[in-house]
Design a binder for this molecule. Sequence first.
Ligand code: SF4
Length: 475
Amino acid sequence: MTQTPHHTDVREFHPRARAAIADPKIRKNFRKAMDGLITKRKDAFEGWDLEALRDLGANIRLRALANLPDLLEQLEKKLSENGVKVHWAIDGDEACRIIRDICVARNAKTVIKGKSMVTEEMELNHYLDDHDIEALESDLGEYIVQLAGETPSHIIMPAIHKNTGEISELMHEKTGTDLSSDVEYLTASARHQLREKFMNADVGVSGVNFAVAETGTLCLVENEGNGRMTTTVPQCHIAVTGIEKVVGKLEDVAPLLALLTRSATGQHITTYFNMISGPRKPEELDGPEEVHLVLVDNGRSSIYQDDELLDTLRCIRCGACMNHCPVYTRVGGHTYGTTYPGPIGKILMPHLIGLDEGRHLPTASSLCGACGEVCPVKIPIPDLLVRLRQESVDGDKLNPAKVRGHGAKRGTLEAMVWKGWSWMHARPGVYRLGTKVASRLRRLQPGNLGGWTRYRTAPKLAARTLHERMKERSQ
Ligand code: SF4
């Protein structure tokens, strides 16, 4: 099986964006898919008081985040009482090591995986592969992406960048499936290929959509049944989640689920909703004998300490912001070179990888506000984009230690110009003299001001300053 490649260099965003815009196939695939999802979402909320539901969803997430440390402790206690072993990982490497150690202790050689963005974030497949453990993706989209040796291009639909013809060719080449445009046939072939793997896998790894502190329940939303197979067929199940996925009570799950499925795929409910509360009990017929939960921090606790950026952690990973983003729908997910693309990626990734690498991400937006308007938990994405843009340029003045690499976008010349500008504005005499001299020398003003004038005309200095004109008027 081809392993999913490492994510590409984030700093190459601009050349990749230019190449993507010039590729009609990418634009057509994304446009078609995103238009369909936008319509389905709209129809799914027909008859609902969407704003009231969004308020409820936002409040549930805000309340959970406000009590995050306590809820995490409660979750650990409840899960332990239920027989689930809880592990804490400070970063992706530690989480990978924990999972490998569990596999080694069970002498496991094969892992079957359900869809999980946090394992993408920590590049688990590579890690396991490097330690002679085969990890096979079981979600159809993830399976296709893994066959192609690519990374997912969307957090809900990993293979959305491929059309049926491309998938058919890929499956034909990699697995010998007949060439066909019949989606049912292709799906059945993939199911057949995966079924045997399910039966023989030593360990199942899954993500978590909501972890309920009150009851110690791990909730998993999915459509294909592969999540249920992953969490019940192998004798050992390892769930992996970011620490922010915890909610206080079981009753919090229903509104979030209603928002998640409708926002993500326009479904009223997904085909499967799994609630896992522990390993198989003696009287039960199936289920794993061992269940683990790995709670991954990976930079989240530093985001948590910033009152504004904390909002990022509300995300329930529905992908609606991507579907509605005019930038994402034109360039596609691979252009970003990050685990999370689109608007959520632009505000989340700079925390995870730092602004020296991710400095271009917050600028990949028209600030049209669509992402903020559709976000089911009301994350103020445009505000956070503006904050990160500002921080990427003059971070040394704004919350110095909050986002690693702050100020990375600031060029020395530009910094000097702005410093001089603010110095001059603080001194009225110098300001008057400076503007007078500049207006007299206006013919020497350069017409080309780098990036600023690439798509717009440079403003011309006036022949006389405002002070001079006001003086003339009052005479
Ligand atoms: S930021 Fe909002 S819209 Fe985007 S994935 Fe997260 S919850 Fe969904």
